[in-house]
Design a protein around this ligand. Sequence first.
Ligand SMILES: [Zn+2]
Length: 311
Amino acid sequence: MKILFLILVLGLISCGKPLPQGGADGYTGKTVSWKGENIPVKFHVNREYYNKYRSHFEEAQDTMVSKSGKQLIEYVISTDNPKTIVDLETRRAEKGENWIVGKESLDEFPGWEGARGVTYSWYGSENSLKNVRIIFNHPNLSGSKRQYRAFFLHEMMHGMGFGHYHEGASILSYDWLYADTQEITAVDRELLSRRYSFSLDSDYIKDLEFIGSQIEAMEVAEMEDTLINYGLSNERAQKLGKLMNSYSKIKTKRALTSREKDVFTKELTGLSFKKASSLLVEEGYDALVEKASEVNEADPEAIKELLSEIL
Ligand SMILES: [Zn+2]
């Protein structure tokens, strides 16, 4: 009888729903995202609340990263402690603040009821995120650290603009969220790196040398093909491709001299390295793109797309 019972228990444990296995390619959810000027996204949080759940806040900050490893979120820790929806809405509407808060007991956020965690989003034009508010409903969370951890990461993924993904091995899937392994998965990392490839607005790329090093990392043949695909003439594509190739070879041995940087930047943008750098700082990425598109006789949008492809 005991053995029969044991077998029955084992049977029940093993017949749980299998976790979804889909990869990032299958994601068909929302396509909104934060744009460059808002990255890293600033989330306001009360100091006491932050300290209480610090490991979760830190984990989310460490895992919400762009393709190149840039931190996508940061916290503004304050003594401010909004505990009603009106408080939060005032701060959002008047100061544009995004908040992460917890309803830690039933009398906080009166009238507000939510699941264990809820993310509210406000959108601007062109699928851009303008504001996000995340509220955790502690009376509804089981109280276990593990569950809070999973929901924290799940809501933060919503906060970065992702919807649910039920077919994927992702924290965005409920199956995954409620399973034992409750953490950011490889699929989630891939989703983040695709959505935040530094491609859309690159205001925060102020360093030409960084751009240069990324470009050089690309294979030349692929480079030429890409250049041609983006509307550059065969001649321009070959010239730029070759230059990038020889510079990437030099880079494996030593740093580029300022003369070499000059030649490369001039070829790409028509400007010296110094001039291009100051244009980037003073007038921004768009101005540089504009310049590069003139020199290469390609549409600015194509150049932008090309740079984002390369970056
Ligand atoms: Zn959700």
